[in-house]
Design a protein around this ligand. Structure first.
Ligand SMILES: Nc1ncnc2c1ncn2[C@@H]1O[C@H](COP(=O)(O)OP(=O)(O)O)[C@@H](O)[C@H]1O
Ligand SMILES: [Mg+2]
Length: 379
């Protein structure tokens, strides 16, 4: 049964709104993450209020049972549209959730101390939700408005990384206006990069809308496919290298960000040429996730330093996963930062921390602790 109000006598526990689902194409992935977190979060320490966001954007109080949100073979979990909506309301520095239903008076679901947004993609990971939470004056886990927005955008994150001295691969940006005004010029620019190309929506995730292009004739269709997710498209030269990832966790107080042991994603031969959606979520046998990655000690140390630098470059807070290509000639080229990385118990981010001495339940606890210590507003 959903929690409907604060349990009397236990009000001292911080109340955590676990927010998941959402409007992006990664809705189901977010629900699966929520299943993992609801299963593992320390309920002796935190009073958990599960809030689902339906695909139409409606917020409602949902079932706290992790089984309702876990991935079953044939059906993807989804937050249903409900009769009762929930809104965040804030007054004098304290926030509460209020339920509204047809024909009933609004009723309070009690105060909220911190929001744990388990949302991926636009309207969750991109600063919009973070802005809403700032406006409502409620603390939340993870990156703030700017870091979220920059980390969501594969164009601007490259601009910021390059300015911070990190190496990014060759790329071209195709805005909506440029594409509609002069597609030939866009194709010429993109086609001048070294093939294969990776054509991507600027702001998506889970490999959705990405096409690997080996022939210039495929480029227009790949751009249109990316544009189904985002009117802004990023075209990148394909980089040959091992995919190495590092989990970054904000330091306590004035400490530097903490970095995990690096992990590696290796797509097995056959079937998948790159780490596409199927390889990520459907065909588990297609990839090997390993941590620690088998790297020389100096490269391991260097990639951790670069991951910390990438986190600082975007103004990261809370958590981020930073992904690199490690090339044959020893370069570490940054691919992307994810400010809300995959966060199921078997996802890379929690796995890398588990292998680095911080198990899942403690990781969740640490993230909430960091968020509770951090006020909203300019900081
Ligand atoms: N420039 C590139 N060169 C080689 N492989 C790439 C490149 N860009 C993306 N890929 C492959 O596509 C996958 C998904 O791309 P990525 O940019 O990480 O998007 P997402 O945000 O959806 O994870 C990567 O993990 C990698 O396997
Ligand atoms: Mg990625």
């Amino acid at each position: 049964m959903p929690t409907t109000a604060e349990e009397p006598g236990r009000a001292a526990r911080p109340r955590v709104a676990v927010l998941f689902g959402g409007r992006s194409s990664e809705h189901a992935v977010s629900c699966v993450t929520a299943a993992g977190v609801l299963q593992a979060i320390d309920t002796a320490k935190y009073d958990v209020v599960p809030i689902g966001i339906a695909k139409n954007g409606q917020w409602s109080l949902v079932d706290a049972d992790p089984a309702s949100w876990s991935l079953r073979s044939s059906t993807l979990p989804e937050v249903a549209v409900s009769d009762d909506s929930v809104v965040l309301s804030s007054q004098d520095g304290s926030s509460e959730l209020v339920a509204h239903g047809p024909g009933s008076l609004p009723r309070s679901l009690g105060r909220i101390d911190v929001v744990l947004p388990l949302l991926h993609g636009p309207f969750g990971e991109d600063g919009t939700l973070q802005g809403l939470l700032e406006m409502a004056d409620v603390r939340y886990v993870g990156a703030g408005v700017l870091a979220s927005a920059v980390g969501m955008d594969k164009h601007y994150m490259k601009v910021v990384f390059a300015a911070a001295g990190l190496e990014v691969g060759p790329y071209e940006v195709i805005t909506d206006r440029q594409w509609r005004r002069d597609p030939q010029a866009c194709l010429a620019r993109a086609g001048a990069l070294d093939f294969p190309l990776f054509v991507k929506p600027a702001r998506a995730g889970s490999s959705m809308g990405i096409t690997r292009v080996t022939d210039p004739a495929q480029l227009p269709a790949a751009i249109e496919a990316a544009r189904l997710h985002d009117p802004k498209v990023v075209v990148e030269a394909g980089i040959t290298g091992r995919e190495i990832e590092v989990a970054v966790l904000q330091g306590r107080g004035t400490q530097d960000p903490r970095t995990s042991q690096p992990g590696e994603i290796a797509v097995r031969d056959g079937g998948h040429e790159w780490y596409d959606f199927e390889a990520k979520y459907v065909d588990g046998a297609a990839v090997d996730l390993s941590c620690p990655a088998d790297l020389p000690a100096d490269i391991s140390a260097r990639v951790r330093d670069l991951a910390g630098a990438a986190f600082e470059a975007v103004g990261g807070e809370g958590l981020s996963r930073v992904d690199f290509f490690y090339t044959q000639d020893g370069k570490l080229i940054i691919n992307e930062i994810n400010t809300m990385p995959g966060f199921t118990p078997v996802s890379m981010y929690p796995q890398m921390w588990a292998k680095s001495g911080l198990p899942y339940t403690e990781l969740i606890d640490e993230l909430i602790t960091l968020a509770l210590q951090r006020p909203t507003g300019l900081r």
